[in-house]
Design a protein. Sequence first.
Length: 634
Amino acid sequence: MGKLKANLLFFLSLVSLFLKRLIAVNTMTSARSIDDSQTIVSAGHKFELGFFNGGNSNNRYLGIWYKNLPVRTVVWVANREFPLVNSSGLLTLGDDGTLSVVNESKSIIWSSNSSLTAKDPVAVLLDTGNFIVKDAGDDNEGRYIWQSFDYPSDTLLPGMKLGWNKKTGLNRHLTSWKSSDDPSPGEYTYTVDPRGLPQLVLRKGSSKLFRSGPWYGTQFSGVPVLKVNPVFTPIFVSTADEVYYSYNTTANIPSRFVLSQSGSVQHLSWNDRHSDWYLIFTVQQDRCDNYGLCGSYDLIDIRKVPEYGQDLYIRMASSALERHADTSNNRKNVTIATTISVASAMIILALIGWFVNWKKKMIRDHQPENQVTISKVESEDDLELPSVEFATIQVATNNFSAANKIGEGGFGPVYKGELQSGQEVAVKRLAENSGQGLQEFKNEVLLISKLQHRNLVKLLDFGMARMFRGDQTEANTKRIVGTYGYMPPEYAIDGHFSLKSDVFSFGVILLEMVSGKKNRGFFHSTHKLNLLGHAWKLWNEEKALELVDELMEQDFPEEEALRCIQVGLLCVQQRPEDRPVMQTVVLMLDSESMPLPQPGRPGFYAERCLSETDSSSIRNLISNEMTVTLIEGR
């Protein structure tokens, strides 16, 4: 009996030791050191602290990384400048609350530099990724002895502060890694400049590369992407005690800002479906974000933005205004003289141009019919286009066989072809019943041939966005090119297009895919709304699943269908600024745990005025969309 009791006590002591160890996996005391083979894991198993290798080298670093991701992503490094040369390192906690990394000779190569001390210190790795030292039992974060969040590496996590503690002089800033394999400090830093109106500043060494502009209540004036969105909420605090930038995530997915080795500030979110990090946006959007490059009259970094901007008012002396008025009068006289000269020259050039075009038309009318030729396009930006033998196109497309057909647009069908050189091409054939003419066809060919855009090769650049230069976000056109049913209101009515124009078109396509019906030509027996209006009506009535194509026969995940409908409605909202960008759209569709905002009223929501004949025609509408090109005289 005594032996049984002894065995039972021994078993219970083992269980107690196991439970203590299980409970304390996120905690470190002065009595317990962490060697190279051990780690500390946060209570919710979100982050892990331990030693890791710097790429292919033997250097070892103490760091923090995400616990359960298949890709090890380090978010904080302690001994960046002084790596261990082997795996004999130890992390210790002194009786005064000082953390130290020691090598095999017991020399300290890194330590926490707090001036505060603790009576009963413990070190805890929190689920936020923050490694803290505090007095045991004291959970007031204002009384932490030390915390890793005060000494960022290259990563800003939700809840971290980027900025200054004015009382202590502590400057929390990001410093890039030297390379992807070397976490030692690189040459780029990202910090808050507290002088004047505080703003975020990126530097390479001592040279200023980028500035965010001042915060004006909801965002920084020069960084439109750092605003409230479905992924995160920005925070900026400026008081007598501290000035800092921070953010909170609105979705339960890993999210981080990173200062890359190349000097770009990126916001990344984890994508479960692809098991990899997804780039939401880069803070530096275009070439004008390079410091001092853009702006007129020594107004550095000043430019016109489509939304979220501010009016700029300049105070000037009255004498300067008078000089400006005199200069304007002189310029007016010069302008009148110049205008007369230019007008005369334009008349002469117009006559010459008319003669040349007439001559070309005479030649074109007498050329053989078996050659497809596109000569000089009559537009503001003339471009000489090459000619291709019609027989070559026939061979490339297998005589326009149905097997080679890959789609059909407003002008007619599009075929996949392969030239004798092996190059794959897309061939668009003008249909006889398209209602379009040769000039419209030339305009589209001209547009496609001149496309140059920084995102052209990416999966997300498409549609009207391809016409933008790298430093553009919106534009106006007098020549409307697009397909009815997919054009956003601001483009179809005013000729105003932007990156959000394509988002609208994508939303229409998404709703069409879910419903199995086309937006243009949609007819419902109880109302005269188009497909967008019908989807919006069902959404408000909490009957959104009725939009799903009947051929699906309930064989689909309802949550995915509702998410697609909600994202589609977010994309087709009336106001361009309310629509998400395409990167956010992809994240919305990929991340099931990401909460989505409620969509607003879609564009073209008003009921159509259809006669009985019109309604009958719509029911029997042929699925041949029309592409419109409006030509205005010079």
